[in-house]
Design a protein around this ligand. Structure first.
Ligand code: NAD
Ligand code: IPM
Ligand code: MN
Length: 351
């Protein structure tokens, strides 16, 4: 098949992990007879340095015309001063919004070979396989923002339609998995959460009577997630809670560098990115874990290009590399560690 993929390396470790992702895309294209056209575009802090804006018009229009977008990470201390007028993160929010990718899927699986990489006990982690569905284009991230000399405001708004569509997306996934949905909110305090709970309950009763639904308050969910992670199947939640809980959930897998994500809307086009950031503390050293990016490439192949065999081949190659002992420092413990490139080589040699 022919496909056009927009590549946004971004900042910090973004370009380092994306390089491994594009190597795998080229290898898969060659092996399976596909033509993937990759357009690399400036985004985030790198784009601010070039043109003064984090999401240049040409980057956005190329993403809108592409079959899929693969993103590394953006941001860093250079663009993070409290008084900064333009920020890399604004570009990311604008891109998600322009692409209409309201459903952010963040799967969390524990690889048996990495059980000891986590700071949690192996017996709590064995068999963990859950899926976060984070609402991505609404809530406090997108409400009105104001700051004056002695106060600041961030408005959190959700509409019924926004809640309905994300609950449906999560319930459909639960139906294909173990039929269990947990909806996470703060309905004891927030009006948006009370609306969320009411709409979620109705959609599930009317449209998904075969999927079990449990409501959980976000503070308790943060605790249950590390106390009994195996009990969870699909979790659906609003934008900011999903952001925070998925960084927490990455410690089930063993490292923030391991988790991929797919952001989907109507239609097939999607935005694919590891859940981690630009990691300024390790950027430029060639030691970032590329697994989150490689697994995001697999999600891209599956969801936007419909290439499930190729997606599985890549997931198997990552898994086999880990089984063979390939480890970047974040998951190596006391064992010898591989560079980002060497880990990429270990995956490529198994593709
Ligand atoms: P971060 O996710 O960049 O890093 C947190 C910690 O995890 C660091 O110690 C880092 O070294 C480690 N880490 C992250 N990814 C790793 C990988 N692939 N391999 C090994 N270790 C990894 O979070 P932060 O430091 O709080 O944020 C840095 C910048 O990244 C900020 O500007 C933030 O806004 C931005 N950010 C961007 C995205 C994105 O582009 N989607 C996501 C999160 C944060
Ligand atoms: C993420 C990041 C972003 C978010 C930031 C960089 C805007 O933390 O993708 O998880 O909060 O969505
Ligand atoms: Mn985050």
């Amino acid at each position: 098949m022919k496909a056009h993929i927009a590549i946004l390396p971004g900042d910090g470790i973004g370009p380092e992990v994306i390089a491994e992702g594009t190597r795998c895309l080229h290898a898969l294209a060659q092996r399976h007879g596909h033509t993937f056209t990759l357009s690399e575009l400036p985004f985030g802090g790198a784009a601010i340095d070039l043109s003064g804006e984090p999401l240049p018009t040409e980057t956005l229009s190329t993403c809108l015309a592409a079959d899929a977008v693969l993103l590394g990470a953006i941001g860093g201390p250079k663009w993070s001063a409290p008084e900064a007028k333009v920020r890399p993160e604004q570009g990311l929010l604008a891109l998600r919004s322009a692409l209409g990718v309201y459903a952010n899927l963040r799967p969390v699986k524990v690889h048996p070979a990495l059980l000891s990489a986590s700071s949690l006990k192996p017996e709590v982690l064995t068999g963990v396989d859950l899926m976060f569905v984070r609402e991505l284009t609404g809530g406090i991230y997108f409400g009105e923002k104001r700051q004056d000399a002695d106060s600041a405001t961030d408005v959190c708004t959700y509409t019924v339609a926004e809640i309905e569509r994300i609950v449906r997306a999560a319930a459909q996934l639960a139906r294909q998995r173990r039929g269990k949905l947990v909806s996470i909110d703060k309905a004891n305090v927030l009006e948006t959460s009370r609306l969320w709970r009411r709409v979620c309950t109705r959609v599930m009763r009317e449209e998904f009577p075969d999927v079990s639904l449990e409501h959980m308050l976000v503070d308790a969910a943060a605790m249950h997630l590390i106390r009994r992670p195996r009990d969870f199947d699909v979790l659906v939640t609003e934008n900011m809670f999903g952001d925070i809980l998925t960084d927490e959930a990455s410690m089930l897998a063993g490292s923030l560098g391991l988790l991929p994500s797919a952001s989907l809307g109507e239609g097939r086009r999607g935005l694919y990115e590891p859940i981690h950031g630009s990691a300024p503390d390790i950027a430029g050293r060639g030691i970032a874990n590329p697994c989150g990016t490689l697994l995001s490439v697999a999600l891209l192949l599956r969801h936007s290009l419909g290439l499930s065999a190729e997606a599985e081949a890549l997931e198997q190659a990552v898994s086999a590399a880990l089984e063979a002992g390939a480890r970047t420092p974040d998951v190596a413990g006391d064992a010898p560690a591989a560079s980002t490139r060497a880990f990429g080589d270990a995956v490529l040699s198994r593709l």
